[in-house]
Each structure stands twice: as C-alpha cells, then as structure tokens.
Design a protein around this ligand. Structure first.
Ligand code: GTP
Ligand code: MG
Length: 388
C-alpha cells in the first residue's frame, strides 16, 4: 500500500476514516482511490442490514447491538440510511442523540447518510461506505434502512445478513410485508416485545413463513430500549452463514473503476431484415464479419462509446440458432469492458460465480470470459479486457 491516507486508515486513525467516508459520499476521486487501495483487505466484516417499518425501533436496536458487539471486543460501523422522502431532520437528530454515548469510543463508527439527489446515488454511496468500513477492518457493519415499500435502497443487495424488524400491532401488515421483504430476511426480530400483541405478530409471522418453502429463519424477541434479547440476536447473527454474494459485492467498486458497456449482443433471425431498422435510427454498420468458430455472422453498429452487435446464425448448429429456438430473437448477451480481466475473474471465482470459460482470445484478439446468467440477473455476461 503506497497511499498514506489508506495506511492511516489501516492503522485505525478514526479521523482519516471519517474523512474518507465523507469523500466517498461526495464521489471524491482521491477518496475512491483510497477505497481501491484498500481492496486487498475486502471481505473481513459481517455486513448486516437492519430493516423494517418506520418507528419499529431499528435505531434503538442497533444502538444496543453495537454495545453488545463492543462488549465482545469487536469493532462496528453503523450506517443509517435516510432517503430524502422521509428526512424531517428529526429521525437523524434522534439517532445522533441516542448514539452520542458511543462517541468517545473509537471502536464504533457512526454515520447518517441522506440522499444525494441523484437516482441510486444513496444506494451507491452506502454500498461504498460499507465497503470502506469493511476494508478499514471493522468487524461488523450495521446498516439501518426503512423497508417495506420505501425501497430507495435494496438492503439485500448489500447486506450478507438481513434482519427484518417487526413490531406488535402490525396485524395483517405482516402479510403485506411478506410480498416485499420476507424473502430477504435471514433473521426476524419482534421488537417492542414489552408491548401487547407480540404473540399475535409472531403467530402471523409463522403463518406467513409456513406458506413459504424452505427452512424458517430464526425469530427473536427483543425490547431494544432495555437491551433484552439483543445478546441472542447477536448470537444469531454470528451463527448465520454470510451469503457468498456479499463478497462479490464488496468488490464491485474496484471492478467498476473503469467498467464500461462495450456492446449489447442481439440474436436475430436475419441481419438483412434487422439492420435497416437500426439504420433508420441513424446508426451505421461499422464492421461485418463471420466468426467461423462460433458459426455466427456479426454486424457491429457503433452507438456513442458502445456498440450494438447483431448476431445471425451462419449454420443450423450455431449457438445462436439454439438460442433463437429456445428463447426467440432478442438480447443475447451484455458485454462489459473491465480494466483488469484477470483480477475480475479471480474475484468472481472467489465469490463462487459461475464462469463459462477460461479467459480466451476472441475476434479482433481481445480477451474475454463469459459469466453464467444465473449470477447476473438473467443475462449472459461477457467480460472483456480493456485494451491497454
Ligand atoms: N416500548 C418500547 N419502545 C421501543 C422499543 N424499541 C424502540 N422503542 C421506541 O420506539 C420509538 C422509535 O424508535 P427508533 O429506534 O427511533 O425507531 P426506528 O425504527 O429507528 O425509526 P425510524 O428510523 O424513524 O424508522 C422510540 O421512541 C423508541 O424509544 C421497545 O423495545 N419497546
Ligand atoms: Mg431510525
């Protein structure tokens, strides 16, 4: 590590860490470089999302949980996410006051994050700050978000373990929540168990879970204001097998450094009938070729920095013929250009992602690898080494 700022963070300098977090929220180049510099340390922390309806006691619970973590001599970062839609000032202020008792403790890092205006900006900043905390060496990263409907940030995308907080009096709301966040819960908490109706909500929950298949996640009752049940919650979190995908996501920011869309591959029955449509939009065929090894005729139509790649089978046993038979014409693959293909491949492998081939040279001599659609949201993904 050559970056002095990054070195200070690894030395446990809390101010250097806080400054990096702010820089990352502001998409400051130097701070993002620090994040990349720390990449070798990725994957240490347990990233725990705490989600649930407004006022469920998430902040109070996190406060107690942080204290319990510190008692076990572990370090923790707390990120509270406040989408602009619900920033009244009160929530963040309340959290600050509550958290003040921890402020003297360098083992706890606390940050409230509000939206930066840009769509998806909060999610991205939160993810990167969480990665920073992981790479800085924190043992736990706790992220508070409001779930159920207000999906400014999809916590399950980021967290390895997702704790869904329910409260008495939710009644049929449990059924409603089921549609959204039931699936992502690794652990359920019934907070405010000191209030009437805890039994009822637990029954509703079990009924809802009973309808779903698979093993039931643990259900833990807490009274966050008194800290009861919190040790059990921490035990459950420690026992959970962190999702593998989390590790991949913790690296996404490095991959993103220079990632660009290279092209979109579209499988077509006939180039001759498809090309005129794209030409009518003002695109022009830049290159045509037949790739004999893949049995495909290719037409490349440059569009700004990327290209549209039309793929027509050149033989009945072409992979594109199979695709057309199975799925019909349409998006065949997405190709992304990455700055360091070998590093990307290594990270994907460590994360258990399915690669379809060893990196190899394709048309035009570029090196590429295919990633199975199961890992990418359903589309075949081609990763291409950016030419130096
Ligand atoms: N009786 C009781 N009250 C609780 C409990 N946990 C939290 N509260 C209270 O519930 C209120 C809301 O708590 P918060 O921790 O701010 O809830 P939150 O889910 O973080 O709220 P938002 O961030 O605004 O969505 C506060 O007045 C807490 O003191 C509990 O276990 N029992
Ligand atoms: Mg809160």
């Amino acid at each position: 590590m050559r970056n002095a700022w990054a070195l200070r963070i690894r030395d446990g300098d809390a101010r250097a860490l806080a400054r990096a977090a702010t820089g990352i929220e502001n998409r400051d180049r130097e701070a993002l470089d620090v994040l990349r510099e720390l990449a070798p340390f990725a994957g240490h922390a347990r990233i725990v999302g705490i989600t649930g309806p407004p006022g469920a006691g998430k902040s109070t619970l996190i406060d107690s949980l942080a204290a319990a973590i510190r008692e076990r001599k572990k370090t923790v970062a707390v990120l509270a996410v406040d989408p602009s839609s619900r920033v009244t000032g009160g929530a963040i202020l309340g959290d600050r006051i509550r958290m003040q008792q921890h402020h003297a403790d360098p083992g706890i890092f606390i940050r409230s994050m509000a939206t930066r205006g840009e769509a998806g900006g909060l999610a991205r900043a939160t993810a990167d700050v969480a990665r920073l905390m992981d790479r800085a060496g924190k043992d736990y990263v706790l992220i508070e978000t409001v779930g159920a409907g207000q999906d400014e940030i999809d916590i399950s995308e980021l967290a390895q373990i997702t704790v869904v907080v329910l409260v008495p009096g939710m009644g049929d709301d449990v059924q409603v929540i089921k549609a959204g966040i039931m699936e992502i819960a690794s652990i359920f908490v019934i907070n405010k168990a000191d209030q009437p109706g805890a039994d009822r909500v637990e029954q509703e929950l079990h009924a809802a879970l009973g309808l779903a298949s698979g093993t039931e996640p643990p259900v833990i009752r807490t009274v966050a204001t008194e800290g009861s049940g919190v040790a059990e919650l921490l035990d459950a979190i420690e026992k959970e097998e962190p999702e593998k995908t989390g590790a991949l996501r913790s690296c996404a920011s490095d991959l993103r450094a220079g990632v660009a869309i290279d092209h979109l591959g579209i499988a077509v029955e006939s180039l001759a009938t498809t090309i005129p449509f794209y030409e009518s939009l003002g695109l022009q065929v830049g290159r045509r070729e037949t790739v004999t090894s893949e049995k495909v005729n290719v037409a490349m139509l440059p569009a700004a920095d990327a290209r549209i790649e039309l793929l027509e089978p050149s033989a009945p046993d072409s992979p594109i013929s199979h695709f057309l038979t199975k799925r019909g014409p349409g998006l065949h693959h997405l190709a992304l250009r990455v700055p360091d293909l070998n590093a990307a491949v290594e990270q994907l492998r460590t994360s258990g992602v399915r690669l379809l081939n060893e990196p190899r040279a394709g048309a035009g001599g570029h090196i590429y690898v295919f990633v199975h659609p199961a890992s990418t949201g359903g589309v075949l993904l081609e990763l291409i080494q950016e030419s130096k």
